[in-house]
Design a protein around this ligand. Structure first.
Ligand code: SF4
Ligand code: SF4
Length: 117
């Protein structure tokens, strides 16, 4: 069974749709609809200034947003320097810098509503 260890992750990353708060994802998609076309190619991550200096991964930010992993997202998002290089290289012409900005604003709003600590 040891050979199948890759099938389980600890802690579990299974999405709990009963608890999944979609407000942040909805507000980002409402204001930056181009994000719907992201194909997770990683081009943004490859050029990211913050990613060159830290373990920041902007493609992963999109995945966390879609998975509703807001606590983790609120920590990671602070590493973005808003340089905009990710937006310049995106093959789908997604304003990923704006996506990051919208996530940051959305998280600040959730914090003011005491939904997030
Ligand atoms: S470069 Fe564009 S399409 Fe590729 S992962 Fe980044 S946002 Fe998505
Ligand atoms: S705007 Fe943020 S996510 Fe985009 S390349 Fe610059 S540091 Fe990376």
């Amino acid at each position: 069974m040891k050979d199948l260890d890759f099938l389980t992750s600890t802690p579990s990353r299974q999405i709990d749709y009963e608890k999944f708060d979609t407000r942040l994802l909805d507000s980002v998609l409402e204001n930056e609809t181009s994000f719907l076309t992201c194909m997770s190619c990683g081009g943004c991550t490859a050029t990211c200034s913050a990613g060159n200096l830290t373990n920041f991964n902007v493609r992963k930010i999109g995945l966390m947003l879609r998975r509703g992993e807001i606590d983790q997202l609120s920590v990671e998002i602070e590493k973005c320097m808003f340089c905009g290089k990710c937006t310049l290289v995106c093959p789908r012409d997604i304003n990923i810098r704006n996506v990051v900005l919208l996530i940051k604003k959305g998280i600040a709003l959730l914090k003011t509503e005491n939904i997030l600590s």
